[in-house]
Design a protein around this ligand. Structure first.
Ligand code: HEM
Length: 534
């Protein structure tokens, strides 16, 4: 309203009151009582003390005082959008998942992109993994594909997740650095975690500073299963391929952008969608069976490994289009609760130990963050298909079972019932063995794929990796950590290790790190991977 606004009236103390009328509704309390004056607390005389009787003031301040909820323990900074998933062709031969049965069918979806390490108010262009979490509201329940823009992960077992996240977040005594992996704790952990080397090559590459969310890939990372109507299983890896292709910024650009516009990625997505320039990704799959999995030297259950697309090409099976921004950031983007264990019938898990741990973790964290077991009652988290169960009560219950029966079986002819035919059937994989805390030997090669990634990069991209490692390790104050990192790099690429050692002034160059399996050449080359050598 400008200064000539007729609805503006001056109060006795010179304050401006804007009054209802002309189609503008009357301001009320949360209880619905109309409010006469929202500028002055109730007091004794114009200059006297405030009165505790002022229920409007009390309610307004009370609600404000409770606005914050915990930020996500990881991936705190994110940005979401609505859209749809469109199936290209029926995948009935592989999966009974309803979302993949009919060509051309569109299913509503919500996506949240994020950085991992920084807090909610950190900057967008951090060198970091980007979360790429997709919720597809299928006719048989929500399917959450909670992925990243990098196809592998730092660790092989979920039990290590608190350690890697503690190590990357600000150091507990000094509370910095914010949103920055360049510090001793992070590189200390990494240098003591050879399994992270493949992921480190990706993180030090241009992939970790994408130009925008619209120019990045997404990956389900783990091996999942498709299960068809005959209960036959096919292993599947999920990939999102951006229609615009892949683009990144250079590190010096990222640093400047962060200073000039810390919301660069948010603004980009907002502006693209608001101007009708809808970003799009193709969902692609790599499908394989147990025999194919057995042909690799590495284990398809190991989330630090990928199946090269040259060995097993990806097949496009659908597309994701983002065409609508949330009406309210908090209501949708902040309250959306992704969980890897949200799968419809026809999509199932493998024994990847990281995936198994994630399936356990996300339910817990949503309760902590959103504060009530009824977080599925929030519109952004509720399924968009019919659903019925006997869960009831709890904080903020918005829906309870109706009628007399809140249990089953019951004699009242009320309520939902089991359906062996339509219901979710877990794939009956045969499992046997001693109860042990033991990692499989098939997880032991930590360097081959790190090298494969490095040598697949163009010379300028390789230079960027060397520069990123040099910059990051130059921030590390403890010499032994830098040396340990160089000793790992020697198992990945000697030239790269030499460049980084020279730039950091490490002389003499340390010996290569001890490794159970150093390189793929130490093993018999597998028939599948030998394709890559040609
Ligand atoms: C959040 C991906 C590993 C625990 C997220 C989010 C993404 C993601 C994209 C953000 C979701 C959102 O936008 O709301 C991944 C990927 C992983 C991985 C791709 C490995 C391949 C793990 C592991 C754990 C874990 C191993 C724990 C055992 C969490 C937790 C959150 C989270 C607690 C916060 C969820 C929330 O408060 O909404 N993860 N994550 N993640 N992840 Fe993971």
């Amino acid at each position: 309203a400008d200064v000539h606004d007729q609805t503006l009236q001056r109060g006795k103390g010179g304050e401006l009151h804007q009054t209802a009328g002309d189609g503008q509704p009357v301001l009320t309390t949360a209880q619905g009582a109309p409010v006469a004056d929202d500028q002055n607390t109730l007091r004794v005389g114009a200059r006297g003390p405030a009165l505790i009787e002022d229920f409007h003031f009390r309610e307004k301040i009370f609600h404000f005082d409770h606005e914050r909820i915990p930020e996500r323990v990881v991936h705190a900074r994110g940005y979401g959008a609505h859209g749809y998933f469109e199936t290209y062709d029926s995948l009935a031969a592989y999966t009974r998942a309803d979302v993949f049965q009919r060509a051309g069918e569109r299913t509503p979806a919500f996506v949240r992109f994020s950085t991992v390490a920084g807090s909610k108010g950190s900057f967008d262009l951090a060198r970091d993994v980007r979360g790429f979490a997709v919720k597809i509201y299928t006719k048989e329940g929500n399917w959450d594909l909670v992925g990243n823009n990098i196809p592998v992960f730092f660790i092989q077992d979920a039990i290590r997740f608190p350690d890697i996240i503690h190590a990357v977040k600000p150091e507990p005594d000094r509370g910095f650095p914010q949103a920055q992996s360049a510090h001793d704790n992070f590189w200390d952990f990494i240098s003591l975690t050879p399994e992270s080397m493949h992921m480190i090559m990706w993180i030090m590459s241009d992939r970790a500073i994408p130009r925008s969310f619209r120019f990045m890939e997404g990956f389900g990372v783990h091996t999942f299963r498709f299960v068809n109507a005959k209960d036959e299983s096919t292993f599947v890896k999920f990939h999102w391929k951006p229609k615009l292709g892949l683009q990144s910024v250079a590190w010096n650009e990222a640093v400047k952008i962060n200073g000039a516009d810390p919301d660069f990625h948010r603004r980009d997505l907002w502006q693209a969608i608001q101007s009708g320039n809808f970003p799009e990704w193709e969902l692609c799959v790599q499908l394989f069976d147990q025999d194919f999995a057995d042909s690799f030297d590495f284990d398809v259950l190991d989330p630090t490994k990928l199946i090269p697309e040259e060995v097993l090409p990806v097949q496009p099976v659908g597309r994701l289009v983002l065409d609508r921004m949330p009406e309210n950031f908090f209501f949708e983007t902040e309250q959306v609760a992704f969980m890897t264990q949200n799968v419809p019938p026809g999509i199932d898990f493998s024994n990847d130990p990281l995936l198994q741990g994630r399936n356990f973790s996300y339910l817990d964290t949503q309760l902590k963050r959103l504060g009530s077991p009824n977080f599925t009652h929030l519109p952004i988290n509720a399924p968009k298909c019919p659903f019925a169960h006997f869960q009831q009560d709890g904080h903020m219950a918005m829906r309870n079972p109706t009628g007399r029966a809140n249990y089953q079986p019951n004699s009242w002819g009320e309520g939902p019932r089991e359906s062996p035919l339509e219901g979710y059937r877990h794939f009956p994989a045969e499992e046997a063995g001693p109860k042990v805390r033991l990692r499989a030997e098939s997880f032991a090669d930590h360097y081959s794929q790190a090298r494969q990634f490095y040598i697949s990069q163009t010379p300028p991209e390789q230079r960027h990796i060397a520069m990123a490692l040099t910059f990051e390790l130059s921030k590390v104050e403890t010499p032994v950590i830098r040396e340990r990192m160089v000793s790992h790099l020697l198992n990945i690429d000697e030239t790269l290790a030499g460049k980084v050692a020279a730039a950091l002034g490490i002389d003499p160059v340390p010996k290569p790190a001890d490794a159970a399996v150093k390189t793929r050449q130490d093993l018999e080359p597998s028939p599948a991977l030998s394709i890559l050598e040609r």
